[in-house]
Structures are given as C-alpha cells and as structure tokens.
Design a protein around this ligand. Structure first.
Ligand SMILES: CC(C)(COP(=O)(O)OP(=O)(O)OC[C@H]1O[C@@H](n2cnc3c(N)ncnc32)[C@H](O)[C@@H]1OP(=O)(O)O)[C@@H](O)C(=O)NCCC(=O)NCCS
Length: 177
C-alpha cells in the first residue's frame, strides 16, 4: 500500500497529472536547484521516467494529493539513486510553490521514509540535496536525517556540490520509540 498521511494520499502519477507536474517542473523558482525550468518535453520525460520506475521497481516519485479534494500539489516518493559508486534508496520531494510552507513536504517525506524501511531491505534511507537548497535540507533534517557525505553531480553541464543526508534503520526504530 502506498503512503497515506493525515492530509495526503500518495499515488502513482499518470498522463492526466501532466499539468500538475508542469506546475512544479516549469516553475523557474521551484526548479532553482535544477538550474531552471523544464521544457514540456522534459516534463514528459520526467513523467515517463517515474512510470518506468513504477514498472521496474514498484516505486518512484508519487503524486502527493490532498485527501480532501484529490488535487495533486506535489511529488514525493522513493527512488533508486547513485551517490558516487553506491546505489542508495532516496526519499525525494518537489511541491508546487503555492503549497510550500504548510508542512506538506515533511508530512509526505516522513511517510515515504517509513514506507521505504517497511517495504525495502535497506539499512539506510537517503535524501540527496544540492548544497544551496536550504528548504530541502530542512525537510531532510526534520525527517531525522544527518549529513553522511559530500559529493558532486554533473547536471545540465554544471558541477553541483551535494550533501547526502541519511537516517539508518536503527536510528529510525529508536526515534519511533
Ligand atoms: C523542498 C520543498 C518541498 C520544501 O517545502 P517547504 O514548504 O519548505 O516544506 P514543508 O512543506 O515541510 O513546510 C515546512 C514549513 O512550513 C511551516 N508550517 C506551516 N504549517 C505547518 C504545519 N501544519 N506542519 C508543519 N509545518 C508547517 C513550517 O514551520 C516550515 O517552515 P520553515 O521551513 O520556514 O521553518 C520545496 O521548497 C520545493 O518543492 N522546492 C523545489 C523542489 C526542490 O528543490 N526539491 C528538493 C530537491 S532535493
């Protein structure tokens, strides 16, 4: 079962979510950490990539929808990611700017962290954050994560220093009491 929180339902994205997805990915401010807004083609590629992940892994970035109305306000989910030569399980989150600063991202991120530990045989759950992305770091910290290492990714021709935040299974169990 996919994550369900007090205010949000997480579900797989479909083609019908393209405009809600574009509201995030074509917003230059929301996409600062990705070096700017996506084109319509890049939005379609992003959606196709998540759908490939659902098919191959059984998880990916999911639509974060309001329980009350069904409106998609963001994306949050679990993906396989590389950090240098290692493959890790990551919780990722991107929300429409109109829905920032209301606690939805951390609510979804906690549920995705819990989903990952409950459903996957992993010792650690990560969140990769560009070293300039303070709001994203705050979500990771509120999700019980600490910085494990620094690494560089090359994206859109730019070298981007990143921080690898993570929480171990033991830390997760302890925090849940
Ligand atoms: C990263 C991102 C999802 C964080 O969004 P956010 O709105 O800062 O995070 P939350 O939804 O958890 O909201 C937390 C804020 O809401 C406030 N808040 C208000 N009502 C709240 C409530 N009911 N519950 C919890 N927090 C609440 C908190 O105090 C907090 O404020 P602060 O960060 O100024 O201290 C958002 O900035 C984003 O989508 N960025 C673009 C995409 C991106 O860069 N993603 C990360 C890639 S690594």
């Amino acid at each position: 079962m996919l994550p369900l929180t007090e205010r949000l339902v997480l579900r797989k994205m479909t083609e019908a979510d393209t405009s809600s997805l574009a509201a995030i990915l074509t917003d230059p401010i929301a996409m600062t950490a990705y070096e700017g807004a996506f084109t319509a083609d890049e939005v379609a590629e992003w959606l196709a990539r998540q759908r490939q992940r659902y098919a191959a892994d059984g998880f990916g970035l999911w639509a974060a929808t309001l329980r009350d109305t069904g409106e998609m306000i963001g994306q949050c989910g679990v993906t396989r990611q590389r950090i240098d030569d290692d493959e890790v399980i990551e919780v990722g989150y991107l929300f429409q700017r109109a829905w920032w600063h209301r606690g939805y991202a951390i609510e979804a991120a906690r549920a995705c962290r819990d989903w990952a530990f409950a459903n996957l045989d992993v010792d650690d759950v990560y969140s990769k954050v560009r070293d300039t992305n303070i709001p994203s770091m705050n979500v990771a910290i509120r999700n019980g994560m600490t910085v494990r290492r620094r690494f560089i990714t090359r994206y859109r021709g730019i070298e981007m220093p990143h921080l690898a935040f993570a929480i171990s299974r033991a830390e997760w169990v302890k925090a849940r009491g």
